[in-house]
Structures are given as structure tokens and as C-alpha cells.
Design a protein around this ligand. Sequence first.
Ligand code: COA
Length: 242
Amino acid sequence: MTIRSCESHEDRAVCVELQRRIWNFDDIDLVSAAIFVVAQHSGGHAYLAFHGENAVGFALAFSGDRDRRRYLHSHMVGVVPEYQDQGVGRLLKLHQRQEALRAGIPLIEWTYDPLELRNAHFNIARLGAIVRHYIPDFYGESTSPLHGNFPTDRFVAEWQLESGRVEAALAGKSEPKAGAGVEEISIPSGIRELKKDDAGRAREIQAELRSRCTDLFARGYAVTGFRREPERGVYVLERYED
Ligand SMILES: CC(C)(COP(=O)(O)OP(=O)(O)OC[C@H]1O[C@@H](n2cnc3c(N)ncnc32)[C@H](O)[C@@H]1OP(=O)(O)O)[C@@H](O)C(=O)NCCC(=O)NCCS
């Protein structure tokens, strides 16, 4: 497996094709090759992952600025279904981290659907990101079957690249906190099926999470851990300060 920067218009066209295979997006929702050019031109990064000659995943990040601190906003990381759960996503994120640090950028952020437990495990448990912002309907409605025409509520994942938490997670040594002062929020697994089979219940789960997180984040809590259990995933929150 090799990871490298997008270097040509052909590379960026490959990233567009990968989006169709990964998300089944309608054309209107695809990020075009021109936007990849703009992202790279303005300080962002775009990478492709190859297995031999085959492109199997990509990552796209924009350059952002908050309170005069530069960071990367990682807009997309995707791996084609046949190659998921084989460590390609992790390799892409590690490459992104290495290149950000090389450019002197200590923070990468991205948003994700907190009901998608695979992404929760990947982002919080495996990469060591934390979450303290919940944005209701971030993108408006999407045509992706993955999003199921639901409000696109998102967690903002903050990946503080040089933190002890991230180092520990990458080394496989992070354990979610337990005991006094810790809050937990459970999400049932299989949310995609639920969105199709019982959309009302799926909407209720989303609304409960929205209200609980909005309250806890306002009181200074952050998601710092995630546990997988047989029929559910559990977000672990504790009071958090930088
Ligand atoms: C999210 C994504 C980029 C991760 O890439 P990947 O190559 O599959 O990631 P990895 O193999 O490095 O790690 C995936 C982890 O999720 C775990 N996982 C898989 N399915 C899971 C599920 N339903 N619930 C919880 N964890 C799950 C895997 O076991 C693995 O964890 P482990 O290393 O502890 O075993 C990829 O799955 C993907 O493209 N998904 C669809 C698009 C997407 O949602 N992109 C992110 C938002 S832009």
C-alpha cells in the first residue's frame, strides 16, 4: 500500500471516481477535480492510496484559520468498500498527520455523523480525536444513501496531532475514562438499517443525541472516549479544557 499526494489532473479525476464508488453520490454532491486543485493551491492537502497500481482511497483537506491559528479541515477520507477495515483509512490519516506536522500545523479537524459507529470508533478510539461541538444539519440535505435524507447533524472531531491522547491512541494504548464525573451516551448499532426500516425511531435517536450533546458540550464536557459493545456504541464524555 502506498500513499502519495495528488500530482496531476488525472489523479484528481481518480478521486472523483472514488467518491462515486465509496458514497454512491449523485453528480451534484461530488467534489469536483477543480475543487481538489483549489484545496491544494490554497494550502490544503489531497492524497491517494494505492494497492499496487489500483487507487483504493483518498483524503482531501482544506487549509483553515481560527483565532489566527492555522489548521487543516479534512473534508473527506474514503476507502472503496472492498478495501475497508484493512487499515487503509488509518494509513491515510497517519500520512495526513505527518504532512501537517511537517508544515507546522498542529491541528486537523473534520466533521462526521455521530450515529455512524464505525467512524466513531475510528475517529475517537483509534485516532484519539476529541469532540466538543455538535452542528445540526451541517450540510443541509444530501442525496447519498449513506445519509438517507436525514438532517446532516455532525460532530466536529478535533485531532490535536501532538497531544499525549493522540500518541496513546495511535499506539493502541488509550482506554475510555470510567467512574465519577463521566457521562455516557449510547447509540444502537445498525443506524443505516434503522433509517430505512424505522425512520421515525432513527430520527428520535438523532434528536436525543442532539439535545444531550448540546447540553453537555455547553457545560464544558467533551467526548474523549468511545467503547464498542455488542449491540451499541458508547460515547464517553468528561469535563475538558485545553
Ligand atoms: C471511515 C473509513 C475512511 C475508514 O477507513 P478504513 O480503511 O475502513 O479504516 P481502518 O481499516 O483503518 O479502520 C476501521 C476501523 O473501524 C472498525 N469498524 C468497522 N466496522 C465497524 C462498525 N460497524 N462499528 C464499529 N467499528 C467498526 C474496524 O474494525 C477498524 O477498527 P480496528 O482497527 O480497531 O479493527 C472507511 O471505512 C470509509 O471510507 N467509509 C465510508 C466513507 C466514510 O464514512 N468516510 C468518513 C467520513 S468523510
